[in-house]
Design a protein around this ligand. Structure first.
Ligand code: GLN
Length: 478
């Protein structure tokens, strides 16, 4: 069983048709991980026992001639911000270094119920804060396409696992770009669904009004397959939406002719690498040839997106992370003499530098004297950003942009410059703030052979259209 270039359908049908067994497939993936992952660092924890149990279940079904569920035997990686019952879940942080959750994240439970085999927990930036995976408390992830470069973040381990054929699909989370940006850097597909489309139950919170779970896959069809399974109302998350979930795979078949594609000049301005610009502009021409109508649109408040995001996200993070105090979960400082010393030292020793920076920024933005000036103002601008999209979507069905201003940068290149790092998400944070869905798909390579990502944004709950456009792109580049 060769784990390279496997898609969901290929993996599932080879087990169904008994060309291989789920067990053999799991073994070949673990062998590959054994060989490749020391130089990449995509996994923090492997879940071999759990994988073997599930593989056995799938093999028995196949042997009995029963139809396998849609992800039957498909090896997947789970970003380590999603709780897995009985399996260490760290959020990339020392403070949760020994945390073993007593329950499963809904998205993970749904994947497993659909037959997926969880190989392990993927490395990520601490509490999903970062754009390069260098904020992981355990180790950085290297980009499998060029190991001197970052894989993007914060779902860098998930993207790298798929790109290096160490999983067929992975789950990531996106708060400001953390699915789409690493997908772009690693040359895979990354889909952030509409806010509320996928339950956040069991996702360790970073910024609750911005957090989304979604798939990273090799193909658009695989992203559609995974979304279908994880989407839909969950009584355990009151913000999960009771909106019907279409058959995304079936929707892919529909033609793209007549779809109106918006192009916003705000996403092609200063700071955009000329090679990335050219690749994306060329691909937009391809869509026009397929019969899409390309329409200029304007998203005038885009320039405020980064400051708005870093106010809202840090404010929510400062309150979400208050629960880590050394009492309830995870790391506790040794030999503290008083309760308050125990709190202080547990947090000081357990959190990394970027997380502390965010807690301080967020606490400041929420403090009585500054609340109106910062947090309240940011919420107002968030509304304006959302309205920009609502207005644009009156005339177009989808908006195409570059996913990131540049291709993957070097490890270490931006670690000392948080502002430069924050700009890596300049084209992705807007969708999180507006709650609309977005997908990043591979769009050629730079001269240095680094992947370039193209982003397609859609209307609330209209993942079907962006998947359909993405599929058309993918077909023309095949
Ligand atoms: N890079 C952004 C940040 O550091 C986005 C992170 C995310 O989407 N989880 O906040």
């Amino acid at each position: 069983m060769n784990p390279t270039f496997l898609t969901i359908d290929a993996a599932r049908s080879s087990i169904q048709d008994r060309k291989t067994t789920s067990m053999a497939m799991v073994e070949s993936f673990y062998e590959r991980i054994q060989r490749e992952d020391a130089g990449i660092g995509a996994y923090l924890t492997l879940t071999r026992e759990r994988a073997i149990e599930q593989a056995d279940r799938m093999d028995r079904m196949a042997a009995e001639g029963k139809p396998l569920p849609p992800l039957g035997g498909v090896p997947v990686a789970i970003k380590d911000v999603m709780c897995t019952r009985g399996v260490r879940t760290t959020a990339g942080s020392k403070i949760l270094g020994n945390f073993i959750p007593p329950y499963d994240c809904t998205a993970v439970a749904r994947l497993e119920a659909a037959g997926a085999v969880v190989l392990g927990k993927a490395n990520c930036d601490e509490f999903a804060m970062g754009s390069s995976n260098e904020n992981s408390a355990f180790r950085p992830v290297h980009n499998p396409r060029d190991k001197t470069r970052v894989p993007g973040g914060s779902s860098g381990g998930s993207a790298a696992a798929v790109a290096a054929d160490m999983a067929v699909a992975a789950l990531g989370s996106d708060t400001g770009g953390s699915i789409r940006q690493p997908a772009a850097f690693c040359g895979v597909v990354g889909l952030m669904p509409t806010y509320g489309r996928v339950s956040r139950y069991g996702l360790i919170a970073f910024a609750s009004s911005l957090d989304h779970i979604g798939p990273l896959t090799r193909t658009v069809k695989d992203a559609a397959t995974v979304l279908r399974i994880i989407a839909g109302r969950d009584p355990m998350d009151s913000t999960s939406a009771d909106v019907p979930v279409p058959d995304y795979v079936e929707e892919l078949e529909k033609p793209v002719r007549g779809i109106r594609i918006g192009v916003a000049k705000e996403y092609f301005g200063e700071g955009l690498d000329p090679e990335v610009r050219k690749a994306v502009e060329d691909r937009i021409q391809t869509l026009a040839k397929l019969g899409c109508e390309v329409v200029p649109v304007s998203l005038p408040h885009s320039k405020y997106a980064i400051p708005t995001y870093y106010l809202v996200a840090t404010a929510e993070a400062s309150s979400n992370l208050a629960r880590f105090d050394g009492v309830r979960y995870g790391y506790r400082a040794k030999n503290a003499r008083t309760l308050s010393e125990m709190y202080r030292r547990s947090r000081d020793e357990g959190f990394g530098a970027e997380v502390k920076r965010r807690i301080m920024l967020g606490t400041y933005a929420l403090s009585a004297g500054y609340y109106d000036a910062y947090y309240l103002k940011a919420q107002k601008v968030r509304t304006l950003l959302t309205r920009d999209f609502e207005d644009a979507f009156k005339t177009v069905d989808a908006i195409v942009t570059p996913t990131t201003p540049t291709a993957a940068f070097k490890l270490g290149e931006k670690v000392d410059d948080p502002l430069a790092m924050y700009l890596a998400d300049i084209y992705t944070v807007t969708a999180d703030l507006a709650g609309i869905p977005g997908i990043s798909i591979p769009c050629g390579r730079t001269r240095d052979n680094l992947p370039i990502g193209l982003q397609i944004l859609g209307k609330h709950f209209d993942e079907a259209t962006i998947l359909r456009v993405a599929e058309a792109f993918e077909k023309t580049s095949a």
